[in-house]
Design a binder for this molecule. Sequence first.
Ligand SMILES: CC(C)(COP(=O)(O)OP(=O)(O)OC[C@H]1O[C@@H](n2cnc3c(N)ncnc32)[C@H](O)[C@@H]1OP(=O)(O)O)[C@@H](O)C(=O)NCCC(=O)NCCS
Length: 299
Amino acid sequence: MSPPVPETDSPIDPNEVRPPSPDMPVRRLGLDDLPDCMLLAQDRDWSREEHKWRLLFDVGEVYGIDDPAGGLAGTVVSTRYGTGVAGIGMMLVARRHERQGLGRRLMTHALERSGTASVWLTATEYGRPLYERLGFRAIGHSSAYTGPFRARPSDPARPVSRPMTAADLPAVLALDAEACGVPRTELVTRLPAFCTSMRVVDGPSGITAYGGAWRNESVTVLGPLIAGEGETAAALLSDLAAEAEGPLRVDVEHRWPALIDWAVDHGLTRAFTTTVMIQGADLPGDRDRLFLPVTVALG
Ligand SMILES: CC(C)(COP(=O)(O)OP(=O)(O)OC[C@H]1O[C@@H](n2cnc3c(N)ncnc32)[C@H](O)[C@@H]1OP(=O)(O)O)[C@@H](O)C(=O)NCCC(=O)NCCS
């Protein structure tokens, strides 16, 4: 009788999912990996968001784990603002590799390299339990409001703001650093090229508020927005929205009910809610002036 054919001789099934082994390294990604980042986002039903990814590659550190079958199995982006705060975003693990510890490995890697006093992120329901296990605590909630903008008769008849110019950059950098408590020089310096519009509000002794709007595929995202108080913040939002193209998106923390009212009154509806979480020290700066992030991936 002939011996049984060893199993190793059976042909390899091309559809077999081979998980990245635990020693497959987390590596720093570069712009060459951008197409795979966008494919991974699509795998989790997120948009491709090329413009945003390019900014993240510019100002942040993008990490990933390769999929043995090709492409990426997971990504995370850490953006450091000095030694004070890091923002973490774009935590993504391909569906076929989820719940095997890749998310934890990616986040642990990013945290080990951040070295900042605090780390900030907004967590989806998928990510929150994992982040809690890694020592993050919830400090609030943020909701994305989206939809076509409808101007209101009650909107200010004239803009409260004017377009930002290159000469305004030092004052905008100073205002941003005061509100955030950390220098975000690299990020803020890139905003005029990244945004479709940036506007500032002048006070008696200089600029008191600034805001931006940028295109994310077919949507215009409103943010960042730093202002002295809620009324100016809402008026500046109206100015930015009035010149925006297509539907809007605005990510509002629930500690700003006036901005949620602004969004609803102008025709936007709540799309989803995330939990704002931090790890480490309380956030520095004057957060009462920080109304909107650039994107929830950056803070
Ligand atoms: C959130 C996300 C990145 C997590 O990635 P992941 O690789 O599944 O994460 P992990 O495997 O490290 O941990 C997830 C869970 O699986 C569990 N787990 C890890 N290894 C496991 C294993 N071998 N068997 C069973 N469970 C396992 C973990 O304990 C954890 O459980 P918990 O959620 O109860 O804490 C992923 O679900 C994802 O991409 N979601 C869609 C996009 C998203 O929401 N991103 C987060 C943005 S904040």
